[in-house]
Design a protein around this ligand. Structure first.
Ligand code: TXA
Ligand code: MG
Length: 314
């Protein structure tokens, strides 16, 4: 891997790496992604290597325009077309039958492909300049929290990737909602920035992959350790509160003075936006434990609770 890393604010400069068969990190409205030419199996292999990502975890293919979905999917079922019309561009990933142009390594050998059109203007400028579908997972080392700033990308992947396209902090802070739309009713494989309630306005019969086995079979990524800071994550308030603990929540805790840091958010959206950054900053400060107040699993709260639970399992 070339180093030092090139930091740029110019989407065309970052796109040149992808056009040359290399990889580049870029901002999106959910989290930062690490992109490669999705039609080039050798470029895609560099993404897996830089992240240390298991080869059985498929990547999402990012497009600049909804009209391009038909170039990477073999078929766009009715319900998928309706979801695209309602939520693309935006933080929704649709799993569709994989088109034959997309190498199987992108999808970890599955017959499907995850497709997303981001809404972030810098992401769209980058994708347009790439001029091809871009396969991109979140731009973190495998197992770490997704990066919501370019600095977090640099901390994880500096020296392992040649370029970061800088944007501001990601607005959602949690990843896209992944929906298997190969069948009707569609199945939510990963809760995310598009809420279940919003999806139901378009696909009233959509279901959540409830049984863990169901989710594991259909979204291989959910099998792997995820989102974990080095500090231990607990749901709710620990007792006793150990030295060096951090608290995150919507309401100030009792015994606030016993925490090394307390972050109280005005909304679940603000909590979600900051969660991964808070994890990383707690690690940098040497925190021992991160206490996360649970929120109601509605709206963004469903995805927020999913990420907190996974981090706590780690
Ligand atoms: O918001 C996001 O989705 C970000 C930005 C960069 O777009 N990307 C992201 O990618 O979070 P990643 O690789 O960290 O997570 C992708 C998830 C994984 O759980 C993976 O298993 C699932 O999507 N996925 C991708 N393609 C799939 C497919 N064909 N079938 C089932 N699940 C798939
Ligand atoms: Mg990820």
């Amino acid at each position: 891997m070339p180093s030092p890393i090139l930091l740029t604010d110019d989407p065309a400069v970052a796109a040149r790496f992808v056009r040359d068969g290399q990889i580049a990190a870029f901002p999106t409205e959910t989290v930062y992604g690490l992109g490669a030419d999705a039609l080039d199996a050798r470029a895609v292999a560099q993404v897996f290597a830089a992240k240390g990502r298991p080869g059985d975890n498929p990547l999402i293919v990012h497009l600049a325009d909804v009209a391009e979905v038909e170039r990477v999917a073999a078929r766009v079922p009715d319900v998928a077309a309706r979801l695209l019309a309602a939520f693309a561009p935006g933080p929704l990933t649709l799993v569709l039958p994989r088109g034959e142009r997309v190498p199987s390594v992108v999808s970890a050998g599955l017959a499907t492909v995850g497709v997303r059109i981001p809404s972030h203007p810098v992401a769209l400028a980058f994708l347009r300049a790439c001029g091809r579908p871009v396969a991109a997972p979140s731009a973190n080392r495998s197992g770490r929290p997704s990066p919501t700033t370019w600095e977090a990308v640099q901390a994880d992947l500096g020296g392992r990737i040649p370029c970061i396209l800088r944007g501001g902090r990601s607005r959602a802070g949690l990843e896209s909602t992944v929906v298997d739309a190969t069948e009707d009713p569609p199945l939510v494989l990963r809760a995310g920035a598009v809420s279940l309630e919003a999806l139901r306005t378009v696909a009233p019969n959509i279901r959540l992959a409830g049984a863990l086995e169901d989710a594991r079979r259909r979204s291989p990524g959910t099998r792997h350790r995820h989102y974990a800071p080095r500090a231990r994550v607990v749901l709710g308030v620990p007792s006793p509160i150990p030295p060096g603990a951090v608290y995150l929540g919507l309401i100030a805790p009792e015994n606030a003075a016993q925490y090394a840091e307390v972050r109280v958010y005005p909304s679940a959206e603000a909590y979600a936006r900051d969660l991964f950054a808070a994890f990383r900053e707690a690690d940098a400060a040497g925190a021992t434990l991160i206490a996360c107040e649970p929120v109601a699993p509605v709206g963004i709260g469903l995805a927020l609770m999913d990420r907190i639970r996974r981090a706590a399992e780690g």
